[in-house]
Design a protein around this ligand. Sequence first.
Ligand SMILES: C[S@@+](CC[C@H](N)C(=O)[O-])C[C@H]1O[C@@H](n2cnc3c(N)ncnc32)[C@H](O)[C@@H]1O
Length: 230
Amino acid sequence: MLEQTLNPPLEVDRGSYWAPYFTYFPAMSRYLPTGVYAQQVRPRACVLGASDGKFALPLLRAGWEVVGVETDELFLDGGELDLVDGRHEVVGLRKRLADEGLEDRCTIVEQDYMTLPADGEFQFVMGSGLWSMPPNRHHTLQALFDHAMGMVAPGGIFFADWLIGLNPEERACGYYPGLEEMGRIVARDGWEVFENTDLGIYGESHLGFEQWHYHRYAAIVAHRFHAAAG
Ligand SMILES: C[S@@+](CC[C@H](N)C(=O)[O-])C[C@H]1O[C@@H](n2cnc3c(N)ncnc32)[C@H](O)[C@@H]1O
């Protein structure tokens, strides 16, 4: 039965290890076709750092085709994590897709996304919580965003959850810009920035940073104009 609503909001997948952590994704999803349009047209999304499916699974359930780019085998194949807040069982993305019969519409690419073509293939490209991770520090934040935005097709949407620096080290390293600096990073011809927003400070502990700490979350949503009619 087809969902008749134009675009019902998407929630994150509650079964993901990363589900409890803040994201602007549910609010941002109002820009995406998620109802009958998505089920009929099957637009294509690329989730950078797809992990165990926090964003890929809701997009797939809504009808999207998804390319999930991820380099961490634990989140693709599953396993156990012993952290300061206890043991976590990670059900990998592959099993989660198979359990719901979604594997035919999701391509997993086990590569650094910076090695993939950036030739405007996707109606939606997103990344959340990955920009400052160690492998990405081989590139400037400008290069990381240029590449990700280059993957967006004309008419498509780019979305990033990113972090604003909260202390001198973060502010100095180049991966935690302020709103103005992020505005300069994403500014380019043929695009309109829909939102560039400070979303406030959240406390958290997680894999990779288990000590209780704080992040100032922010989100950018940008629209690539449709190609001019010829
Ligand atoms: C901290 S997790 C966050 C997961 C989820 N996106 C979220 O926000 O809840 C970021 C994921 O991005 C992946 N990642 C980081 N940089 C990447 C890159 N350049 N290419 C592919 N995956 C990457 C990491 O392996 C990790 O699983």
